[in-house]
Design a protein around this ligand. Structure first.
Ligand code: C2E
Ligand code: MG
Ligand code: MG
Length: 814
């Protein structure tokens, strides 16, 4: 019959012992010797294995002494059974045999030791028991130690230390025990168990990295020799597990903190492992993706998310180089909106062979947009959104640097809106702005992305086209620009027409400076304007007869010395009557023949020659008028118009000269009209003494080229002003362009309302005459006559006094 073994507890020294022997002689001998060895011990005797099992089931024994040979089996079998039990008492095998095989068999069965019957004595028994207790205690402590050391939960919480102490107290049947963990500063950071302080104490202390575990045991009269080593090991393990736990906690805490920081960040932060699988992701990244990216590979995420595609690129470049990688301000089209991102990929490092990578992606849209806005503000014209002058000059320089390096030509065109000033004056500045904006929009639509369209200021625009294949293409490009830039402009509840004048230059070689290119484009634009506006002109080198200012100055000096200046006269007609003549200067050159004032007026007005030439013109015109009147060629109402520049009006001797010459020639001052440009009128206040003197002297004052300059209506109210001449650029093509006709009508009624004489200049065709010459308006233009020399004008004056003056459409070259 098998009696089940119950768990038995190891008792402290001398509590309860079981002797199993069927020989009554040995039973009493051993009992007596045990009593001698430990008088507190209680000894039970079992004669058979069966009775022994029963006793073991009923009682706790501190040690079992068993004979090998028993009536119902071998004592070694009992040893083997007990060795399978937890906390079984140590088994001491008693044998009558001296053979060494018994030792081997006993050890194999799990017995603690072997005691030959021939050696039985009280001392020997006491020693054997002590040894057995120690071995058993050590084994139990080792088991306990191993169970903590191999605990893979990774945590040694205080409750676990408590359990260690409980188990230790139980295993060793101690009264009390405690353990304290002391940190390097001497503070107790953990404690388990308890001590009463009243009983003798045994203390085992172990230290590790400045930390200590102090185990205090209350158990009287124990021998600790062998057990101490096991307890020391236990302390070591508890201590290292506690430190590990503390570092785990520390790690936990710092991970928690880092996670909190990462989660608080708006950046997208992730860590990928060596297989590019996302192993950590912050809140912002989860929000961006709308899913938990953990366990997904970054390349997979990149398939559907463009920001992740950027991150994947970063990852690749950091993996290839083994270095941190950066990307700055990459635009990404995300759901139709453009966003910018910067990113960093940082190898995790830290642990050797760690292939993990941290990735931080920052959205920089705000900054990029702000920078863009700032640079846009600095480099663009706020009204039209086109490049401003600064950017335009920069681009021009760049384009010129590329000439020769890249194929094709650079075409630089300068343009302005025809009669822009008048649009402003007649319809208001908002209309002017609308015209500028329309040009801005049209330019944006017309030029290619790589080309530049800029507003230089006012109504001046610049276009730079690079890589234009040839001059022919350049011409077509410019023609298209010119055509498409004009047209209707919607403003408020009405539309008005605009046209542009354009001048351009093609650059083939890298020798030309930006200044020179601009000067040429401007010169060509000027040509377009003086040829009647609403047209485009390519700069040509032979635009000018004279190559330099010095050359013109020389010609002017020779001109006056050698009397090469002539005056031509162009009739000013009202109805069919010649009411005036405009004196227009010419220079007769021995090689170039008659030279137009266009070629030299600009230089003349800046040169000292202005004084003698200006005086010569006045004198000549007055003399002619006096002569024709005296000869009856003209009536005494005919007025002579002479062009004068501000520099002359500022010169008192010139004013004196005019007044003196009139008096000398006996010409009524009213018959002389001084034509000044709008710029002169602007300077009116400064020059007013000269103008006033002329006006007071009876000389008439007309505003020339009206509508093209910068004069304001206030100036038109000037008391000294008698009339205005509407610039001929309004007339050319005016019938085709309704808005020019509107402007002319506006200017005429403006002049009328101010009580001024109005002369419309530049009428070449009969239909223009019909359209623009109401009865109260005078006309000057080729429709009646080109400027004529002395003889020709004399004939015309004579003819017109006897018959009606004939108007006929002027054919160019005719
Ligand atoms: P301006 O004073 O406006 O003179 C009128 C100009 O228009 C003249 O050119 C005349 O020939 C031209 N013209 C008149 N009718 C028509 C027409 O139907 N069609 C076209 N296409 N042109 C027409 P010109 O003689 O070449 O003179 C040009 C400018 O030179 C003058 O413009 C004036 O500003 C200046 N100028 C001429 N003579 C003198 C002068 O003696 N002294 C000064 N200071 N400037 C002068
Ligand atoms: Mg004039
Ligand atoms: Mg004029």
């Amino acid at each position: 019959m098998v009696v089940p073994l119950r768990s038995v507890t190891w008792q402290p020294v001398g509590q309860r012992l079981l002797v199993i022997d069927d020989d009554p002689l040995y039973q009493s001998l051993i009992s007596r010797l045990l009593a001698d060895a430990d008088d507190e011990a209680v000894t039970d005797v079992a004669p058979t294995l069966g009775s022994a099992h029963e006793m073991l089931y009923l009682h706790h024994y501190d040690a079992v002494l068993v004979d090998v040979t028993l009536p119902d089996g071998s004592g070694l079998d009992l040893a083997a059974d007990l060795s399978q039990e937890q906390l079984a008492p140590p088994v001491i095998v008693i044998t009558g045999s001296d053979g060494r095989e018994v030792w081997a068999d006993a050890a194999a069965a799990g017995a603690t030791t072997v005691l030959p019957k021939s050696l039985l004595s009280a001392e020997r028994l006491a020693g054997t028991l002590e040894f057995s207790y120690e071995v058993t205690a050590s084994e139990r402590i080792a088991t306990l130690t191993a169970s903590i050391a191999t605990d893979t939960t990774g945590t040694v919480e205080p409750s676990v230390i408590d359990e260690v102490i409980d188990r230790l107290v139980g295993h060793l049947n101690l009264d009390r025990a405690s353990i304290r963990i002391i940190d390097p500063d001497g503070s107790v950071v953990a404690t388990a168990g308890s001590t009463s302080g009243g009983r003798p104490e045994h203390v085992i202390a172990r230290t590790l990295d400045g930390w200590s575990a102090v185990l205090t045991i209350e158990a009287s009269d124990r021998r600790w020799g062998r057990v101490d080593a096991a307890l020391g090991n236990l302390c070591d393990v508890v201590l290292s597990r506690t430190l590990l736990e503390a570092s785990y906690q520390q790690l936990d805490l710092s991970e928690h903190r880092y996670r909190a920081v990462a989660d608080a960040s708006a950046d997208l932060i992730m860590t990928v492992d060596e297989a590019d699988t996302v192993v950590a992701a912050n809140l912002a990244l989860r929000a961006e993706l709308g899913i938990d990216p953990l366990h997904t590979t970054l390349p997979n995420l990149a398939l559907t998310n463009p920001v992740m595609a950027l991150a994947a690129r970063l990852l690749t470049s950091a993996r290839q180089s083994g270095e941190p990688a950066h990307l700055d301000d990459r635009p990404i089209d995300n759901g139709g909106t453009r966003r910018w991102y910067s990113g960093r990929a940082i190898p995790a490092g830290g642990v050797p062979d760690d292939e993990a990578m941290h990735l931080v992606i920052t959205e920089t849209t705000g900054r990029v947009v702000t920078e863009h806005e700032l640079s846009t503000l600095a480099l663009t014209d706020p009204l039209t959104g086109l490049a401003n002058r600064r950017l335009a000059l920069d681009r021009l320089q760049h384009a010129l640097d590329q000439v020769g390096r890249r194929t094709g030509l650079v075409v630089v065109a300068q343009l302005d809106i025809d009669h822009f000033k008048s649009i402003n004056d007649l319809y208001g500045h908002a209309a002017g702005d609308a015209a500028l904006c329309a040009i801005g929009r049209r330019l944006n639509a017309l030029v290619r992305g790589a080309d530049t369209a800029a507003r230089l200021g006012g109504d001046e625009f610049l276009i730079i086209a690079e890589g234009v294949p040839d001059a022919d293409t350049a011409g077509k490009l410019i023609a298209r620009l010119h055509h498409d830039l004009g047209g209707q402009v919607a403003f408020a509840d009405r539309n008005f027409e605009i046209s542009v004048s354009l001048g351009y230059v093609t650059v083939h070689e890298r020798s030309m400076e930006a200044d020179e290119v601009l000067r040429r484009a401007d010169a060509a634009l000027y040509r377009s304007k003086s040829d009647g506006r609403n047209r485009f002109t390519e700069f040509e080198d032979h635009d000018h007869i004279f190559g330099s200012v010095a050359e013109i100055s020389r010609e002017l000096r020779h001109g006056i010395d050698e009397e090469r200046f002539r005056l031509r006269y162009q009739p000013i007609v009202n109805g069919d009557r010649i009411v005036g003549l405009e004196a227009l200067v010419r220079l007769h050159h021995p090689v170039h023949g008659e030279i137009s004032p266009h070629e030299f007026i600009g230089v003349l007005i800046e040169s000292p020659m202005l004084v003698p030439i200006g005086e010569w013109i006045i004198t000549t015109a007055i003399n002619r008028l006096a002569a024709w009147t005296a000869e009856g060629i003209s009536d005494d109402q005919l007025r002579m118009h002479v062009n004068v520049v501000p520099q002359q009006l500022a010169d008192a001797t010139f004013i004196d000269h005019v007044l003196t010459e009139l008096a000398r020639a006996g010409v009524d001052p009213h018959r002389l009209v001084i034509e000044i440009t709008e710029q002169s009128l602007l300077d009116l206040s400064r020059r007013s003494s000269g103008l006033k003197r002329l006006a007071e002297g009876g000389v008439g004052l007309y505003l020339d080229d009206f509508g093209t300059g910068a004069s304001s209506i206030t100036h038109l109210r000037s008391a000294v002003l008698q009339g205005l001449k509407i610039d001929r650029s309004f007339i050319s093509g005016a019938l085709a362009e309704r808005r020019d006709a509107d402007i002319v009508d506006g200017l005429i009624s403006l002049g009328r309302s101010l009580g001024l004489d109005v002369i419309v200049e530049g009428i070449e065709h009969l239909d223009q005459l019909e359209r623009f010459a109401p009865a109260d308006v005078s006309v000057q233009g080729f429709v009646y006559s080109v400027p004529l020399d002395d003889d020709e004008i004399q004939t015309l004056l004579v003819d017109s006094s006897s018959s009606r003056l004939v108007a006929r459409t002027h054919e160019p070259g005719g």
